[in-house]
Design a protein around this ligand. Sequence first.
Ligand code: SAM
Length: 266
Amino acid sequence: MSKARVYLVGTGPGDPDLLTVKALRLLQNSDVVVYDRLVSDEILEQIPPGASRIYVGKRTGKHTLPQQEINALLVKLAASKRTIVRLKGGDPFVFGRGSEEAEYLARHQVPFEVIPGITSASACTTYAGIPLTHRGLAQGVQIITGHCRADLPLDLDWRSLADPSKTIVVYMGLANIALICDRLMQAGLAEETPAAAIQNGTTREQRRIISTLARLPRDTCEQGLTAPVLFVIGRVVRLAGVLDWFRPGEISTPNLLPVQNRGQHG
Ligand SMILES: C[S@@+](CC[C@H](N)C(=O)[O-])C[C@H]1O[C@@H](n2cnc3c(N)ncnc32)[C@H](O)[C@@H]1O
């Protein structure tokens, strides 16, 4: 029997058809799957019936399993199971704590592999009709977190972020969007800079708000957006009207590859 291995697998931000072929194969051959909140039901349906599922996300009124306990769980599972799949929304190495888990596994001599996923900065913007770069509009992209560890202020380099030639993508920014927009304007980014909010990107529930830097916090609040939300700030948002190709209501039934080892369900 081969040695146990932990696979840190990115699932993309929602649309199950954005799962990579490698991620799907691993999922369909898993012995145990550890997953959290941002992994969709359609993706979980790909887990074979014989495999165990362990949810480590937030339950109503309760907190997510602390990261230290998730790390320890993965090491413990590696002692008894062969193929352990740790599912992560988007990409495991983009604000996904995948690197913390990988570090812990490495320190405990547990073999692991990391399977990249499509991160929300790429997929949600694309499904919202916003290219991250566009000749003449944006020559680069700055990906930032809008959230800091508890009680710490959001201490970012606002001066270098306020660059009109670059697109800014904000993850986990819902609670701090007013502060983020204020700081960017104080650092010199124009009030009229186009800006967007995307809720539940790439899914049937996707919502998109097109606004400006000055109005974004108010629009986000008035429209009642709830997590997960991704913010995009920069001139590329101007293209959202022309490139608006995605119709959330018309999404077809997911057409994932057939499950190979599902027994009577296959
Ligand atoms: C903890 S981070 C995880 C990011 C993930 N590893 C990735 O690569 O996309 C969670 C944040 O990702 C963004 N996000 C993830 N999925 C999203 C979605 N379907 N729609 C909008 N934003 C999303 C939101 O900003 C959310 O607060």
